[in-house]
Design a protein around this ligand. Structure first.
Ligand SMILES: Cc1ncc(COP(=O)(O)O)c(C=O)c1O
Length: 417
């Protein structure tokens, strides 16, 4: 048998600057937290960390919701846990789709047995509140599921009015805040969002693998009517809820609530190192201050877009609704987008994003998120992109991008104290 090099070769990932739409470089504080010794899941110190994490997540989501905890898995684990626990077969669900992740919400809702009604707007645009209201009025859904920032298009849907709108029609509102939490304002209570979920690998500066979620009493009531505890851990005298059993055991919110709540009823084994990571991610950003973090992302966005435009590149989408932490930019005519990405990676160690669906081959996506959202990275990325583009024959003025980004950085950050 040939000797397997994987037996003798250590893992040796190259140093990369991850300037795509996520994952990003993890904050070293988070990596250190992940290296801490494991504890048993019912060790009082560990359950103490679980409780602390719940408190930190409340602050991150700007909510008083008791139920703010982690679902183990990448961001879509949080999406699935909320949707599969909320949606009973036959329920009407409205999904305003403005990018790939809206389609994902439709797909998950359909798998849960929902009667899904999607409304769509062209990629690069978002919905006016009126359009969502018309659809809610027409379809009268139990649940409106919507993405806040869709990384596929780099657009952020304004949500301030949507929660109240849903309440007027007695619908619940779920928001996928995977790509915005920590980088843009997501005030769950102020916006009357009933449930929201996120991931660590974007503006929270962590690795993929843990999904913070939060939900209020309206959602709690809806899922508790489906409460069925598995045999083997079921307390004596337990009476199941009247509603249909939740199709997933792993993502069953009532059982997860019993695990994270005072009952501490065994469910899965909490992913110890990922909990350490999530706790540290939240501490990092809350210590910085949410407002300051939002301003940092907005400032980087202004500097990056100024630099790209100074290079003569065209930004993608309705700029009034661009996410602060991801920027879409058109691949110029005659330039091979993939060759540019390869040169960025091979020659500079910088990853920028490709795109999919109708935008495949049309735009690059550049992320400035969490730990990576800093002036030096914006300047390095612009300088590298300019060098690669010029080498590929694209005519632009040498140095103009970095100068424009400097000017934007020299202007005071909007919203910064
Ligand atoms: C808005 C949004 N939702 C969901 C996801 C899915 O996240 P994950 O790949 O961590 O499951 C992503 C990932 O990019 C995202 O940007």
């Amino acid at each position: 048998m040939p000797a397997s090099t994987s037996l003798t070769r250590e893992l040796d990932p190259l140093p990369r600057l991850l300037m795509g739409p996520g994952p990003i470089n993890v904050d070293p504080r988070v990596l250190r937290a992940m290296a801490m010794p494991l504890l048993g899941q019912f060790d009082p110190q560990f359950t103490g960390y679980m409780n602390e994490t719940m408190g930190l997540l409340r602050d991150l989501f700007q909510t008083q919701n008791r139920w703010s905890f982690l679902v183990d898995g990448t961001a879509r684990a949080g999406v699935e846990a909320l949707l599969v626990s909320l949606i009973e077969p036959g329920d009407r669900v409205l999904v305003p789709v403005f990018g790939r992740f809206g389609h994902l919400l439709c797909e998950i809702a359909a798998r849960c047995g929902a009667e899904v009604h999607a409304i769509e707007t062209e990629w690069g645009t978002v919905f006016a509140a009126d359009a969502i209201e018309d659809a809610v009025k027409h379809h009268r859904p139990k649940l409106v599921a919507i993405v806040h920032g869709d990384t596929s298009t780099t657009m952020a849907q304004p949500l301030a009015e949507i929660g109240e709108l849903c309440r007027r029609y007695d619908a619940l509102l779920y928001v996928d805040a995977t790509a915005t939490l920590g980088g843009m304002d997501v005030p769950v209570d102020r916006w009357s969002i009933d449930a929201a979920s996120a991931g660590l690998q974007k503006c929270l500066s962590g690795p993929p693998g843990s999904a913070p979620i939060t939900f209020n009493e309206r959602v709690e009531r809806a899922v508790l009517r489906r409460k069925h505890v598995e045999a083997g851990i079921r307390p004596a005298g337990f009476t199941p809820g009247a509603g249909p059993r939740i199709q997933s055991n792993y993502f069953d919110l009532p059982m997860l609530m019993d695990y994270w709540g005072e009952a501490r009823l065994n469910h899965h084994t909490e992913a110890t190192s990922m909990l350490y990571a999530a706790r540290e991610c939240a501490r990092v950003i809350l210590q910085e201050g949410l407002e300051i973090a939002f301003a940092r992302h907005a400032h980087a966005s202004r500097a990056l877009t100024a630099g790209l435009q100074a290079m003569g590149l065209n930004l993608f989408g309705d700029q009034r609704h661009k996410m602060a932490n991801v920027t879409g930019v058109h691949i110029p005519e005659g330039i091979d987008g993939e060759a540019v990405r390869t040169a960025m990676l091979d020659d500079f160690g910088i990853e920028i994003g490709t795109s999919f669906g109708p935008l495949r081959g049309r735009i690059w996506r550049i992320g400035t998120m969490g730990y990576n959202c800093r002036k030096q990275n914006v300047l390095i990325c612009l300088a590298a992109l300019e060098a690669v583009l010029r080498r590929a024959g694209f005519a632009c003025q040498a140095g103009a991008a970095v100068v424009a980004a400097y000017v934007a950085y020299d202007a005071p950050p909007v919203g910064h104290p």
